[in-house]
Write a protein that binds this ligand. Sequence first.
Ligand code: ZN
Length: 122
Amino acid sequence: MTRTCENCGFVNQDDYDFCAKCGTPLVEGLKPNNVYVYRAQQPQINKKALIGAYIVTIFLSWSGFVAGIISKHTNFAIFTFFGFFMPFYLVQSKHPTLRKHGLIMMMISLVGVALSFYVMFH
Ligand SMILES: [Zn+2]
């Protein structure tokens, strides 16, 4: 047995009291419900991808610092702005954990870029 929504025609599982699509009550006597009836599945965070993002961010934002130490006359610090790409992308994520990591990467990038410019001008 399935429960077909009278409002939108969505075919719901028979143990749903509200339409999974529009929230309309499927059982008489229930008030309309606008909250999600089923728990939306949180996308799994790919740990390897996250570690990769950290490595890329650290490499990009700190490379100018390392290059500046090796060679005083380098404009490599400008390249470090690419280090903001990954954290900037992550802080816009819908996933709170990814946003948190994005902020951490943003801090790592800021320090790296600041150090890169410091060694470039000193
Ligand atoms: Zn519906």
